[in-house]
Design a binder for this molecule. Structure first.
Ligand code: CA
Length: 424
């Protein structure tokens, strides 16, 4: 078996240049076939490979996998088998898809039964999310928001540099890419006003985020040290934490976001394993002041170089790239987030989702929300059709994309896409 960081492998499945899904990616997701059958799959080029078919036909016979493990409506039961099994399945898929291996390639009947065009299947939620936590780990984002809505002299609150700030979000309204949602309504206040009115939100925003999926549970009282965080992380997705700023402004004091954010959050359908991301490790920003010992990072290169893009498409207009950022800008890294989340003994469960917080970079074109990109509406974005946007209008579609790239190899995340529909 060749190392997964060796970029010399090729597949017998045709893979277009710059595809998100070369043989080194092998993300996992849940698909629904046209006949209604649901199964776990991986993506390869413009195809999906149905793991339930391969498992029934004994292609995984060397791995201890329960019968029907790939016929579930989520990956949760598969995740429960643990990291060594995740790795074995990934390695086996890589071997099966390698150009020189005839095992699957030359078994045309099985190829017909298991390999489908991505456009012929529907992507479902990949995991059943129990609890969802949203961090606030970008120093640039927290500073920008502090500058705009609080005190320019003290943009960061005193706790921010000492712990990864977070709140508990809502799991029930996490939707998979491609599912649109209605603009929320409620108590809103325009800037500078302290009397609410009732209205559809007039300040709909997106938040460019990534999320990691918990693949191993803990018991009450247990803490996960930064050095063990990797064992608990199944993989990563793109995430859009839709936000209604005018609802948020009025409601968030003193307990944080509630109805401004829990009406919808969009997740990308493919979970990219940390093994696939391994070649793209990178140093995270230096931390000053020094953190408490339980938050010390597990290793120097504990972040990932993942280019992130946000595209905005109005109805009857072309999509326009409005932001290019990178996961590597995050001040607090996944190992620190997980160590902090569990330091008090809070238990985590398989399928829990931990979102990063808005990922803004240092330059204005890398800001990860409309609020920052338009600087609270003072610098509108001009769309290709000539329209202006301060915040999102009905019919606007936001598409988040992400990828790691080295030489000609791209490990992509697909997309997290949804449209804002009018208030119900
Ligand atoms: Ca957020």
């Amino acid at each position: 078996m060749q190392a997964t960081t060796d970029f010399k492998l090729d597949s017998w499945v045709e893979i277009p240049a710059n595809s998100d899904f070369p043989i080194y990616n092998l993300p996992l997701g849940i698909i629904k076939h046209k006949n209604g059958t649901i199964s776990a799959t991986t993506a390869i080029g413009q195809y999906v490979l149905d793991l339930s078919v391969l498992h029934r036909l004994a292609y995984f016979k060397e791995i201890a996998l329960p019968v029907g493990i790939f016929e579930k409506t989520s990956l949760n039961d598969f995740m429960a088998l643990g990291k060594p099994v995740w790795k074995l399945v990934r390695q086996r898929l890589m071997v099966l898809l390698t150009r020189d291996n005839p095992e699957l390639r030359d078994n045309k009947d099985v190829v017909v039964q298991s390999l489908f065009k991505s456009s012929d299947v529907e992507m479902l939620m990949p995991v059943q999310v129990g609890d969802y936590t949203d961090f606030y780990s970008s120093k640039e984002h927290a500073t920008n928001i502090g500058l705009m809505i609080r005190d320019p002299k003290n943009a960061l609150l005193p706790n921010w540099l000492h712990l990864p700030v977070a709140y508990h979000g809502r799991a029930s309204s996490i939707i998979v890419s491609g599912h649109d949602f209605h603009r929320p309504k409620g108590q809103v206040t325009p800037p500078g006003i302290n009397e609410p009115s009732f209205s559809p939100s007039k300040a709909m925003d997106f938040e460019l985020e990534m999320a990691f999926v918990i693949g191993k549970s803990t018991t009450l009282g247990q803490s996960v040290p930064t050095s063990k965080a990797d064992d608990y992380i199944f993989g990563m997705t793109l995430f859009n934490d839709w936000s209604a700023r005018d609802i948020q402004r009025w409601e968030y004091v003193p307990l944080g976001p509630f109805l401004a954010k829990n009406f919808a959050s969009t997740i990308s359908p493919w979970i990219i394993s940390t093994e696939a991301l391994e070649p793209f490790r990178i140093k995270a920003p230096e931390q000053n002041p020094e953190v408490l010992p339980y938050l010390e990072r597990s290793r120097e290169d504990c972040s990932f170089d993942i280019t992130l893009e946000v595209w905005l498409q109005a109805e009857n207009s072309e999509a326009m790239k409005i932001c290019t950022s990178n996961y590597k800008y995050l001040y607090w890294t996944m190992d620190q987030q997980l160590a902090h989340h569990t330091i008090n003994g809070c238990n985590i469960n398989i399928g829990d989702l931990m979102a990063s917080g808005t990922i803004s970079g240092p330059t204005p074109d890398s800001f990860g929300s409309m609020m920052e990109l338009t600087w609270n509406g003072s610098k509108p974005i001009i769309l290709p059709n000539g329209q202006e946007r301060k915040f999102l209008q009905d019919g606007d579609t936001v598409i988040i994309k992400g990828y790691c790239q080295k030489d000609n190899i791209r490990i992509g995340f697909g997309e997290a896409k949804a449209k804002v529909l009018p208030t119900l």
